[in-house]
Design a protein around this ligand. Structure first.
Ligand code: FAD
Length: 181
């Protein structure tokens, strides 16, 4: 069993597997992931699975934009396609304060080439016909809102892959995982 590593990531949920994935993508191969049970055996496997770009500051929007770009690549992977659906989604505004705030965030995101849209109540009702629009002033629309299978995503980042680029992590005695360099 491996006794030394440059980085030891503890926990095989999305946070640990994503850390492992991104480190190995950056060329860090001496990285071990330790999971006490099975990958996704924590809260990740039953996550609500929503994927959104909504964010109230540039750091959050940039992180989510990165995730969405990655998920699109993963969904298109012929070897290991992941269930990913882009549906669009909205945050509702019932007060003028919310309208002003949403418009501010939409403007902030435009500078990052993220195309959010402010839509009025009529258009919100058109895009979601099952929704009651009484008292609604408008909505913040994210064209890339959607959902992805959290367990598949975690296994992608953490499990061995035949043609992986150094991020496969075979189970080691004692539950450790390490990337195949
Ligand atoms: C695609 C996706 C969509 C999501 N959508 C939503 C959403 O719409 N709404 C929402 O609220 N949340 C959402 N989430 C978040 C989700 O609900 C969880 O909060 C998140 O997945 C937790 O991840 P985690 O890695 O921090 O924890 P966990 O998944 O709990 O992973 C922790 C792991 O660490 C292991 N572990 C713990 N202690 C040790 C130890 N001492 N040694 C070894 N291993 C240990 C556990 O066994 C477990 O496997 C989403 C997550 C994903 C991935």
């Amino acid at each position: 069993m491996k006794t030394y590593a440059r980085v030891v990531v503890i926990g095989g949920g999305i946070a640990g597997c994503s850390t492992l994935y991104h480190l190995t993508e950056q060329g860090w191969h001496d990285v071990v992931l330790v999971e006490r049970d099975e990958l996704t055996s924590g809260s990740t496997w039953h996550a609500a699975a929503q994927v959104t770009q909504f964010g109230t500051n540039q750091t959050m929007v940039a992180l989510k934009k990165h995730s969405i770009n990655l998920y699109r690549q993963l969904a298109a992977d012929e070897e290991f396609p992941i269930d990913y659906h882009i549906t669009g989604g909205m945050r509702l505004a019932h007060t003028q304060d919310q309208v002003d705030t949403y418009k501010y965030f939409i403007g902030m995101a435009k500078g990052m080439n993220v195309d959010f849209e402010y839509i009025d109540a009529h258009e919100a009702g058109r895009r979601h016909p099952l929704m009651k629009t009484d008292g609604l002033l408008g909505a913040w629309w994210d064209p890339l809102d959607g959902d992805i299978d959290p367990a598949q995503l975690t296994f992608f980042a953490g499990a061995p892959r035949p043609k992986g680029r150094g991020r496969g992590i075979p189970l080691q005695p004692g539950g450790g995982h390490h990337p195949q360099g």
